[in-house]
Write a protein that binds this ligand. Structure first.
Ligand SMILES: [Ca+2]
Ligand SMILES: [Ca+2]
Ligand SMILES: [Ca+2]
Ligand SMILES: [Zn+2]
Length: 321
């Protein structure tokens, strides 16, 4: 028997029905029986963003929110980079604002869609398209009917579908099919992901040895036991971030402690050589690198720590990255 790829469309309608969501408590986690376990992505879900810089930053933040809140211990996470391609059926996960979804028109009340393709129970593609007929806004807090197209909550919702979550009408959830006052992940959303992927099925933290594109610094991250060993700092854990630099660019990178004991930065050039490193250049224990790049290409930042046992959260900033 041949399994046909399945395609699911859904909408986030602007209709307001976000009242008394928690009143009924029909238990549901998960929803779709689709999950990612795709060796192409090495347990990562690679998303390619065709958005303006400003919306890319917000989209990346929303993916980070999923990574941070739902994925610790699941061994799977979103990664992202940019593209100029229009989303299509191509086995590449694409995110864009467009007037159509793969050529089909949006319903007039549809803010965004996630188009999922799977084979059997396995997801093979997830595209997210925001309806460009709307003027998009960005705000937290209660739904404003004059500004229905609020990017953060729609993005969180659509990325939830990409993870395989279905709709949730009966509990407080970002997966409600109608936009409402909820603008952050709820415990039901997190439980849904963990029901699909397990809460501790892999060794991952919110980051591992595959670098994330540095979109939208400042980035808040955590140094954890599950992070990979720093490539250029022996026996230390590190989170890796990449950016594209041009020779002579002046970049300024800072790594500030939140709960991380003593931040340490390493900047690695496109050929894999250490171009700069710093422990306490920003004063106190915070690390700081200010340098004029010597090469053009993909640079890697190793966000790490002075001590072997140092763990905790940090803020990474980069100017001109
Ligand atoms: Ca695609
Ligand atoms: Ca980490
Ligand atoms: Ca330090
Ligand atoms: Zn939906």
């Amino acid at each position: 028997m041949q399994s046909e790829p399945r395609r699911i469309q859904h909408k986030v309608s602007v209709t307001m029905v976000a009242v008394a969501l928690a009143a009924l408590s029909v238990s549901r986690v998960g929803g779709y029986d689709f999950i990612w376990n795709d060796t192409r992505y090495n347990s990562d879900i690679q998303m390619r963003l065709n958005l303006t810089t400003s919306w890319s930053i917000t989209a990346a933040k929303m993916m980070r929110q999923w990574n941070r809140k739902a994925f610790p211990g699941t061994g799977i996470r979103f990664r992202w980079s940019q593209t100029s391609a229009t989303p299509s059926r191509n086995l590449v996960n694409e995110v864009a604002m467009d007037s159509t979804a793969w050529g089909s028109s949006f319903g007039s009340s549809t803010l965004g869609v996630a188009i999922l393709t799977g084979s059997g129970t396995r997801l093979t593609e997830g595209d997210v398209i925001f309806n460009s007929a709307y003027t998009w806004h960005r705000y937290r807090g209660d739904f404003q009917s004059g500004k229905p197209a609020e990017f953060r909550r729609v993005a969180l919702h659509e990325f939830g579908h990409v993870l395989g979550l279905g709709h949730e009408l009966n509990k407080s959830s970002i997966m409600n099919p109608y936009v409402g006052d909820i603008y952050e992940l709820q415990s039901d959303d997190i439980a849904g992901v963990q029901a699909l992927y397990g809460s501790n099925s892999g060794g991952g933290g919110d980051d591992d040895c595959n670098p994330s594109a540095l979109i939208g610094a400042p980035v808040r991250g955590d140094l954890e036991n599950s992070d990979c060993l720093a490539p250029h700092r022996r026996n230390r854990r590190a989170d890796l971030y990449v950016f594209t630099g041009s020779k002579q660019d002046r970049v300024r990178i800072s790594l500030r402690k939140k709960t991380l004991n003593d931040p340490y930065l390493v900047l690695v050039d496109p050929s894999g050589r250490v171009e700069a490193r710093d422990d306490n250049g920003r004063g106190g224990k915070d690390a700081w690198i200010s340098t004029r790049l010597k090469k053009s290409g993909t640079y890697t930042i190793e966000a790490t720590a002075r001590g072997k046992s140092h763990r905790g959260s940090y803020i990474l900033r980069c100017k001109r990255c």
